[in-house]
Design a protein around this ligand. Structure first.
Ligand SMILES: *[C@@H]1O[C@H](CO)[C@@H](O)[C@H](O)[C@H]1NC(C)=O
Ligand SMILES: *[C@@H]1O[C@H](CO)[C@@H](O)[C@H](O)[C@H]1NC(C)=O
Ligand SMILES: *[C@@H]1O[C@H](CO)[C@@H](O)[C@H](O)[C@H]1NC(C)=O
Ligand SMILES: *[C@@H]1O[C@H](CO)[C@@H](O)[C@H](O)[C@H]1NC(C)=O
Ligand SMILES: *[C@@H]1O[C@H](CO)[C@@H](O)[C@H](O)[C@H]1NC(C)=O
Ligand SMILES: *[C@@H]1O[C@H](CO)[C@@H](O)[C@H](O)[C@H]1NC(C)=O
Ligand SMILES: *[C@@H]1O[C@H](CO)[C@@H](O)[C@H](O)[C@H]1NC(C)=O
Ligand SMILES: *[C@@H]1O[C@H](CO)[C@@H](O)[C@H](O)[C@H]1NC(C)=O
Ligand SMILES: *[C@@H]1O[C@H](CO)[C@@H](O)[C@H](O)[C@H]1NC(C)=O
Ligand SMILES: *[C@@H]1O[C@H](CO)[C@@H](O)[C@H](O)[C@H]1NC(C)=O
Ligand SMILES: *[C@@H]1O[C@H](CO)[C@@H](O)[C@H](O)[C@H]1NC(C)=O
Ligand SMILES: CC(=O)N[C@H]1CO[C@H](CO)[C@@H](O)[C@@H]1O
Length: 591
């Protein structure tokens, strides 16, 4: 598969791109100026190139498209390209020529997760054939991107149904999009569920991407793909026409290579939406803060920053030595930058480990919210109107890979259909109150309050669960990489590398609701002092994909044959330990 396909891919690239020749890693001279490397370029460099006429938005669409096609057969990060992207880019170029710039992202290609609806030729499927060919209007976020002049370049692959289907599937697999793999080790588990968004942003298949999170789905793939990820407060960004899991926990946010780029994207998508009443909670009558203005090198000076020490201790077994060591170094750097560091323990964390109310809440929301989403479709080719009909479609449609990938999150012992009651049931309120306690007084919000801190730190791997319960924000920034001699392990199916050399990891800043501006200030101050992202030059497989990594396409098979041991990803392990989900415990992972 490997070498024979390559010339075809390269030929495709050459014919698609006229203004540029491809190798985007090293940069290409255009009119005597270096075209930026798509792997590293940031928004301000792209905007400067567009402004000076070095290249056009049409050139960018061609360059990114060629790159997507070049790596897609290996990584499966992008499920479909927008057939209108070139026309949209040409319109953006025309407006620019006329002196009209719609915003900082004018003419910039962005990829979005395949659960954010667009009213164009693209499908919005959550990776399921049940929704292939369905028609729907633009989501509010798609409208906002268009109004800002963004070129929506395509849709990214994901863990199917945002990982709310199966107890024995894999991160980044969908029936519609195949299996995503990440770029830092051949066959690397991309984590999920915003798997394609993570991989696409990490290797420059667009400037940046949008992902969605219910519990970990932005943070976790950002962690293992060397990215800045923003999991916004639930209600800061509209979920209207985003395929849901839970109205109480779902949120959409940016996945980018720099804090600044992520902030630009958040600025573009945040704000009130009459179609999503959770956005009415945005403070100051819906006025979104200036996130760019918050990016200050001296943000830590005089700040009180907490560390959730007891979480680190209780979950020590999930934190590998290189991650723990990098975390202590990060704390020292933040202290040296002027912050006071204090313990900010999550007092009910131990008790929460034995609580399973989150499953009840997510099941109840999913039953109700999925039904609402399906009722909003303009065309529903398979007549799926609720979870029961999606379940039966999945069982009978061969490409959905049932029963080898089961539907335990729906019809298993603790599944949503088995539960049978939704968020209008009196039992919902009690379950939700338990969540609010474990995330609130007993979790992140209580810790912030008691210790008078403005952010709490954890390695990103440990950070998503508690903020998910209350919908509070988290920002992750690259913190380091596993060492070159790190032992390779595989996922449970032995189809992906769950841990291995050079796999990245991040640092999370967790804050109070709607404190994104402060969190971004800290994230920026940490990023600018450390710039771990840039260490990837030596590591990312795709830098010279053809020479170095293309030949490893079947690497998981080689590893299997060598008897490489199984060790589930840290997130899967901790969820299994906690006992969430259906028959087996991967089903709650990274939703
Ligand atoms: C991605 O690769 C698959 C083959 O693995 C192909 O069917 C699909 O069309 C590709 N998608 C894009 C956007 O190139
Ligand atoms: C640019 O402005 C000119 C003059 O107002 C107008 O004729 C033309 O259609 C505009 N082009 C675009 C692409 O907006
Ligand atoms: C969307 O799905 C339809 C099938 O109904 C398919 O023909 C079309 O190519 C898909 N769109 C894109 C952009 O892949
Ligand atoms: C939003 O509206 C729904 C139904 O109209 C209601 O149940 C819910 O409580 C509202 N949520 C908020 C945060 O106002
Ligand atoms: C809040 O915003 C709405 C809509 O923009 C406006 O009509 C209203 O006057 C504002 N209220 C206050 C108190 O500023
Ligand atoms: C909380 O910390 C801030 C500094 O971050 C300080 O200005 C303030 O006085 C403290 N408040 C209390 C109640 O300790
Ligand atoms: C936080 O938890 C750790 C570990 O359990 C403990 O050693 C420490 O004393 C706690 N800190 C505070 C301020 O309670
Ligand atoms: C939910 O929370 C209540 C109240 O704390 C508790 O009694 C119950 O056991 C919890 N349910 C589950 C499924 O964990
Ligand atoms: C969906 O329902 C419509 C109208 O009832 C019917 O014509 C169509 O055949 C159904 N499609 C499927 C796939 O069941
Ligand atoms: C997944 O679970 C289903 C149902 O228990 C089972 O039939 C199937 O063999 C499992 N697949 C794998 C790969 O474990
Ligand atoms: C990896 O190398 C470090 C020193 O660079 C050494 O301390 C460690 O034991 C090695 N680990 C393995 C698994 O070989
Ligand atoms: C839409 C799309 O690109 N689908 C492809 C995703 O990858 C699988 C293989 O893993 C192909 O079979 C699909 O055609």
């Amino acid at each position: 598969m490997r070498l024979s396909l390559l010339p075809v891919a390269l030929l495709g690239a050459v014919t698609t791109v006229t203004a540029l020749t491809i190798p985007p890693y090293t940069g290409t001279l255009i009119k005597g100026t270096q075209f930026p490397s798509l792997l590293d370029v940031d928004l301000e460099e792209l905007a400067a190139g567009l402004e000076s006429g070095l290249f056009t938005s049409v050139d960018l669409v061609k360059a990114y498209t060629a790159r997507i096609i070049e790596v897609n057969s290996t990584l499966h990060a992008v499920t479909e390209l927008n057939p209108d992207a070139l026309a949209i880019a040409a319109t953006a170029d025309g407006l620019r020529a006329n002196g009209t710039i719609l915003g900082p992202l004018h003419g910039i290609p962005i990829l979005i997760k395949n659960n954010i609806a667009t009213g164009d030729k693209m499908n919005n499927t959550a990776g399921s054939f049940a929704l292939y060919g369905a028609k729907q209007p633009d989501s509010t976020l798609a409208k906002k991107l268009r109004a800002a002049g963004v070129v929506i370049l395509g849709k990214t692959n994901l863990s199917q149904w945002a990982n709310y289907r199966s107890s024995n599937s894999t991160n980044g697999w969908s029936a519609y999009g195949g299996q995503v793999t990440a770029a830092y080790y051949p066959g690397q588990d991309p984590s999920g569920s915003s798997s394609g968004s993570g991989v696409a942003s990490s290797i420059g298949l667009a400037l940046a991407t949008l992902g969605s999170e219910t519990s970990g789905s932005i943070l976790s793939p950002s962690d293992v793909n060397n990215l800045v990820g923003i999991k916004p407060t639930v209600g800061l960004t509209s979920r209207y026409l985003v395929i849901p899991i839970s109205e109480h926990q779902d949120t959409v946010g940016p996945m980018a290579r720099t804090v600044r780029d992520a902030a630009y994207l958040l600025q573009t998508i945040a704000g009130p939406d009459p179609n999503d009443n959770y956005t009415s909670a945005i403070p100051n009558n819906g006025t979104v803060p200036d996130y760019l203005a918050a990016l200050k090198y001296e943000s830590f000076r005089g700040a009180r920053i907490g560390v959730a020490r007891n979480v680190l201790e209780i979950w020590a077994k999930y934190t590998d030595a290189p991650v723990a060591a990098a975390f202590e170094t990060a704390i020292a750097q933040i202290k040296a930058a002027g912050a006071t560091i204090v313990d900010a323990n999550f007092t009910a964390f131990e008790a929460w480990q034995n609580d399973n109310n989150e499953t009840l809440v997510l099941n109840a929301d999913f039953l109700a919210n999925l039904k609402t989403y399906l009722s909003e479709l303009d065309y529903n080719p398979n007549n799926v109107t609720d979870l029961a009909s999606v379940n039966s479609f999945t069982h009978r449609f061969p490409a959905e890979d049932y029963p080898d990938r089961d539907t335990a999150v729906w019809d298993g012992p603790q599944g949503a259909l088995t539960q049978g009651w939704d968020n209008t049931d009196p039992r919902f309120w009690a379950a939700y109150q338990a969540n609010l306690y474990f995330g609130g007084e007993g979790g992140i919000l209580g810790a912030l309050e008691r210790t008078n801190t403005s952010a709490v730190l954890l390695p990103t791997q440990l950070s998503p669960s508690i903020p998910a319960l209350v919908g509070s924000p988290v920002v992750t920034v690259p913190m380091g990489f596993y060492p070159a001699n790190w032992t390779v392990t595989m996922n449970r199916r032995r189809t992906l590398v769950s841990s291995g050399p050079n796999v990245p990891f991040g640092l999370s800043f967790m804050g109070a609701k709607f404190s994104e501006a402060e969190l971004l200030g800290y994230a920026y101050a940490y990023e600018q002092r450390t710039m771990h992202r840039n260490e990837e030059e030596e590591r990312v497989c795709t830098r010279d994909w053809v020479e170095r990594c293309g030949e490893f396409e079947d690497w998981p098979r080689v590893l299997r044959e060598r008897g490489t041991p199984v060790r589930m990803g840290w997130w899967d392990e901790m969820k299994e330990e906690k006992g969430e989900g259906g028959t087996s415990k991967e089903d709650m992972a990274e939703t």
